[in-house]
Ligand binder design. Structure first.
Ligand SMILES: Nc1nc2c(ncn2[C@@H]2O[C@H](COP(=O)(O)OP(=O)(O)OP(=O)(O)O)[C@@H](O)[C@H]2O)c(=O)[nH]1
Ligand SMILES: [K+]
Ligand SMILES: [Mg+2]
Length: 444
């Protein structure tokens, strides 16, 4: 029999209200055990109840309880929610009682959402969107997760899969009634369908990783010579002393990351070691190696030059300036800033110390970020898992188009369709589920 699971659904710690969710065939029984002698509340009707220890009757809390009857619940099972006073002792007391009831156990990470998937309440892309929504830190991340949760991505993939199913039916008909078609691979009627689909999937794949980056945040790396003021700039943008600042060249060694919200878009901003030939020791040398590595992997670079050193521009930093670089001229409180362009980029003049010019840099960075993360409104690919399956689908379609026999084409179209079905969980995904739901927190 299916176990009845329970978990704290709200964040652990003190809070106004803490919600313990119970799901499974024993959910209503668990509520009955906590409210001895009282009738069960009607489904979907918020009810105040005294929760008592089943043995001895000690009062555990006065709580609001909500009951959902299967299949009309988040998981599709019988569900009970206990809205407790959010104190640690209250929650611990209720959880202890629930754990002692036969047939009940604490839920594993993501198990509620997994049950919702298994009961057909959500497809896999929607389940993943639940995790993304809970993790969303910025407005754009939230919008993307909500769109995916409403099934936009799932519908796109299911729509493609339906077209493949119809194409497969045509190919199979041609195999069964060969006299109706010319010999060879895919029939002429089906060929354009597969070609259009392959092209559509290609376009969806070639989105520059927009959706995935929106989930993870755009990576911006601050680079420059030692003492250019990179750490000072990171701190100014983060509005906290995240990195150590000192007048000693070679202060920063490790890459230091802060998370920013730029105009609703998520950014991972990294401070790096100052670039120079003669590192003081092997620790700084390793720092510089990491700085270069981070610069190479960043979506956008901020190249910081020291205004007091003008007209000289540090050559190691200059060498990194490209189309994805924002050029900054720092310490303009010490040196009157001339209008400087670096490799064709107008430099943003600022002072990390006084904050002058910081708003301009933020505006420029927001534009750079929005350009790379804002979409056309079309649903974006959000996970490497989806990307891999779509690549597989595309390859199978190309093989089908090149197949010399309809039987071979049919097999490849079947494989293409399976690859799509795995994204939404319409086909054999048992092996995938542990991996997908492992990333959830307990109680989701
Ligand atoms: N006057 C002035 N001083 C600044 C400004 N920005 C940074 N400094 C000073 O320059 C020195 C170096 O600053 P850091 O932020 O540590 O420079 P960095 O580029 O991170 O240096 P490394 O980590 O060693 O590569 C410190 O003494 C800062 O106070 C600025 O805008 N104006
Ligand atoms: K320094
Ligand atoms: Mg530094």
């Amino acid at each position: 029999m299916t176990a009845t699971i329970f978990a704290l659904a709200t964040a652990p710690g003190r809070s106004g209200v803490a919600v313990v969710r119970i799901s499974g065939p024993g959910a209503a029984g668990a509520l009955a055990a906590l409210t001895p002698g009282k009738p069960l509340p009607r489904p979907r009707e918020a009810t105040l109840a005294a929760l008592r220890h089943p043995v001895g009757g000690e009062l555990l809390d006065r709580a609001m309880v909500l009951r959902f009857a299967a299949p009309r619940s988040f998981t599709g099972e019988d569900v009970v929610e206990l809205h407790l006073h959010g104190g640690r002792a209250v929650v611990a007391g209720v959880v202890e009682v629930l754990a002692s009831l036969p047939g009940l156990r604490i839920a594993e990470p993501g198990e509620f959402t997994r049950r919702a998937f298994e009961n057909g309440k959500l497809d896999l892309t929607e389940a993943e969107a639940v995790a993304d929504l809970v993790d969303a830190e910025t407005a754009a991340q939230k919008r993307q997760a909500l769109r995916q949760m409403e099934g936009m991505l799932g519908r796109l993939y299911d729509g493609w899969r339906e077209r493949l199913t119809r194409a497969l039916a045509h190919i199979e008909a041609a195999i069964d009634f060969p006299e109706e078609d010319l010999p060879g691979g895919v029939a002429d009627a089906v060929r354009p369908v597969l070609e259009t689909l392959a092209a559509g999937i290609r376009t969806h794949l070639d989105d520059g990783g927009r959706g995935e980056r929106l989930r993870e945040g755009l990576h911006i790396a601050i680079v420059g010579a030692p003492n250019a003021g990179k750490s000072s700039l990171l701190n100014a943008l983060a509005r906290r002393e995240a990195a150590i600042v000192s007048s000693r060249a070679g202060t920063t060694r490790d890459v230091i990351e802060v998370h920013l919200d730029l105009g609703g878009y998520p950014v991972v901003l990294a401070d790096t070691a100052g670039l120079r030939e003669a590192a003081a020791d092997e620790v700084e040398e390793e720092g510089i190696r990491r700085a270069r590595d981070r610069a190479a992997r960043a979506d956008v670079k901020v190249a910081v030059f020291d205004a007091t050193a003008l007209p000289a521009l540090d050559p190691a930093t200059l060498a990194l300036v490209d189309a994805d670089t924002v050029v900054v001229l720092n310490k303009t409180d010490l040196a009157e800033p001339p209008a400087v362009t670096v490799a064709g980029h107008p430099a943003v003049a600022l002072s990390a110390r006084t904050g002058a010019g910081l708003a301009t840099l933020e505006a420029v960075l927001t534009t750079f970020t929005a350009d790379r993360l804002a979409g056309s409104g079309a649903p974006a690919l959000t996970r490497a898992r989806h990307r891999a399956a779509l690549e597989e689908c595309c390859e199978a379609l190309l093989r089908a188009l090149a197949a010399p026999l309809p039987e071979l084409a049919a097999e490849d179209v079947r494989l293409a369709s399976r690859a799509l079905g795995r994204i939404t969980g319409r086909v054999d995904v048992e092996d995938l589920l542990d991996v997908i739901f492992r990333d959830f927190c307990i109680g989701k």
